[in-house]
Design a binder for this molecule. Structure first.
Ligand code: GLP
Length: 632
């Protein structure tokens, strides 16, 4: 057991929680730099086990910075990478070989001979020997001093999927379907994701002298809590790290959110009962004992670690009513405020009316998905609504969708429908077709093709917005540069992104801003877009319009929000829900994408919120779109 304080008693491994992924990455980079320098001083190599994925990208950036600015040398460093997709040549855009060179090795002075990465092109017949040889080379290098790990949502480390035991060694493995789904974005659809990989085994990883597992974002929270708090088991290979004498989980706050000490702190020790925490605890208790809030008894509280809460704020009857009222007041059919009404207990203020409303969509489709019903209400209730897509979303358009559109344009020309015009559209389409035919699969698209795909998503978004009542000239597109110049998992925002959003804010001077504050994955497009918004808001803090501007967060796809965290709940009738789903379907190019599954379930999440309100003993609606109020 590694717990150091009472509230960590459920944790079977050492965990450090940092405010942000950047803070945590910097701390680890400092540790690595110290290791490298100590070894260099002793004339010995430092052997590092390295990982891929979006998680370690920040760490590698910081190491590169230390190399450039602080003279950190890598001449005595030897590296072994965990894994590689089987069947991918080094040159493939998604190979881990290429990833490691682009993200780290090309920017530091490590000797090429000191780099070891599993080879995805070894013929099937010799894979076994090759893997044994990889292990031998690790031993000959003196073993791994520090092994860096990410974690997959299946609980895999490297590519050790569920079923991998603590004795497994470097070998060829089959990828889990959830892992392949998570990689679908990189390979433009699940069909392109390799089925096999070579990975160091759990046993090979446990041989390292020290292990640091990194995880950022709410998407990893559940698997982190299970790996840390459940007994070791093959169903969750990362849990075997508990058996290692020197393992650290280095995580950010959102990734810590499912740990018992964070999620249910009253179960592991005394807590300070803030209003927000009481609300969370009561919502949890009602769910846990499956009773509506007004039927909770004193015994229910005392039997579940909340005796203090009763002493401070009870009896149950009083506490129940108070929380009931708080949640009741989150429900409103007037997301822009109800003109002329008493707004003391309403989530949004009545005046001014109408309001200037800015709805930010990280990629086209995010806003209609998260708040399509509310959007329509805002328009119907007379507000001046502008939708702004922060990025073009062109990376999400598969080639065959672009090809269909180009073919359509060429057909129009062949059918003589362009006789009256100069025909430049068809000439463009022919160029696009040619680019599609000659590009290697998974290589970056040439700029014209990216523009073309971006325009396709624009039109889909305009159609979806129109279905929600927002006219064509009220949809605008920022095409933020970080996205146009980047690729998934490796985006990086700059001042130019903040400039673009700042000038839009200053032009519109909105009374309400709706955005996704998605903490699911800090390297995702929604998270970066939110970061750009945060910076733009910081810059405009002293503008006069800001005194009368509220920021609301809508839910990203595939999330269930705890009702205790909802500040505004906008109900939808069955008709309104189907209208919303209809509008989402305009995003046709997204069929077959990773997001497709979440879209097919469009509405289920809104229905789940409605159910939660019902079970809590409030109103019984068909569906509810939830919002949180945000402030700096
Ligand atoms: C892949 C890699 C793992 C990595 C995981 C998580 O499966 N083989 O080593 O930990 O992805 O990826 P990310 O860091 O992008 O969340």
């Amino acid at each position: 057991m590694h717990h150091t304080t009472e509230n960590q008693q459920r944790e079977r491994v050492r965990i450090h929680v940092h405010d942000t992924a950047d803070d945590a990455s910097r701390a680890l980079a400092r540790e690595i730099a110290a290791l490298i320098r100590d070894r260099a001083a002793a004339g010995r190599p430092a052997v590092l086990g390295l990982a891929t994925g979006s998680t370690p990208v920040r760490l590698y950036r910081e190491l590169i910075r230390m190399h450039r600015e602080e003279g950190l040398g890598f001449g005595n460093v030897v590296t072994f990478n965990l894994d590689e997709y089987y069947g991918l040549p080094r040159t493939h855009a998604e190979s881990y070989w290429r990833f490691m060179h682009e993200q780290l090795f090309d920017h530091i002075d490590i000797p090429p001979a000191a780099i070891h990465i599993p080879d995805g092109t070894v013929p099937r017949a010799t894979v076994f020997d090759w893997c044994r040889d990889y292990e031998r080379r690790i031993r000959e290098a003196g073993g791994i001093d520090l092994q860096i790990l990410g974690i997959g949502r299946t609980g895999h480390i490297g590519f050790n999927e569920p079923g991998s035991g603590p004795d497994s060694r470097t070998r060829l493995v089959t990828l889990d379907s959830m892992t392949r789904r998570d990689a679908a974005r990189d390979f433009l659809g699940e069909a392109g994701v390799p089925r096999h990989a070579i990975t160091m085994g759990v046993g090979s990883i446990l041989d390292a002298r020290r292990i640091v597992l990194l995880a950022w974002g709410g998407a990893k929270a559940r698997v982190i809590a299970e790996a840390a708090e459940k007994p070791p088991s093959e169903t969750l290979p990362a849990s075997f790290l508990q058996q290692h004498p020197d393992t650290l989980f280095l995580i950010d706050r959102p990734a810590a959110s499912e740990l018992t000490r964070v999620k249910l702190p009253w179960l592991v020790g005394p807590v300070g009962w803030t209003p927000a925490l009481s609300r969370r605890a009561v919502a949890w208790l009602s769910r846990h004992v499956q009773k509506p809030v007004l039927k909770l008894l004193d015994d229910d509280y005392t039997e579940h670690g909340m005796a203090d809460l009763l002493t401070e704020q009870g009896p149950a009857y009083m506490l129940n009513i108070r929380i009931f009222n708080e949640l009741q007041h989150t429900i409103t059919g007037w997301p822009g405020g109800k003109p002329g009404a008493d707004d003391t207990h309403r989530p949004e203020r009545a005046a001014p009316h109408p309001k200037r409303v800015l709805v930010l969509s990280p990629e086209p489709s995010d806003a209609t998905h998260g708040m399509g019903g509310t959007l329509r209400r805002l328009v119907e209730q007379g507000h001046q609504v502008t939708i702004a897509c922060q990025t073009s979303g062109n990376l999400g358009v598969p080639d065959d969708e672009a090809a269909t559109l180009a073919d359509f344009m060429i057909e129009l020309d062949d059918a003589g429908l362009r006789e009256t015009g100069p025909g430049s559209g068809a000439a463009l389409a022919r160029m696009i077709k040619q680019q599609l035919d000659t590009k290697a699969a998974f290589d970056g698209d040439p700029p014209a093709l990216r523009r073309f795909k971006g325009v396709l998503r624009r039109e889909e978004e305009r159609a979806a917005a129109r279905a929600c009542g927002v006219p064509r000239d009220r949809a605008c597109f920022l095409d933020l540069p970080f996205y146009e110049q980047g690729r998934y998992r490796q985006f990086r925002t700059t001042a130019a992104d903040v400039d673009a959003l700042t000038s839009l804010l200053r032009k519109l001077e909105p009374h309400q801003i709706f955005a996704t504050g998605d903490a699911d994955d800090p390297s995702s497009v929604p998270a970066l877009c939110f970061d750009v918004l945060r910076q733009a808001l910081a810059r405009t803090r002293d503008d006069a319009w800001r005194r009368d501007c509220r920021v609301w967060l809508y839910r990203g796809p595939a999330h269930d929000w705890d009702i205790a965290g909802i500040d505004m709940a906008v109900p939808m009738s069955p008709m309104e829900l189907s209208a919303k789903i209809h509008s989402i379907r305009h995003h046709k190019s997204q069929r077959g994408q990773q997001t497709d599954e979440t879209w097919r379930q469009a509405g289920h999440h809104d229905q789940a919120v409605a159910r939660a309100y019902d079970e809590f003993g409030l109103a019984n609606y068909e569906a509810i779109e939830p919002f949180r109020r945000w402030s700096e």
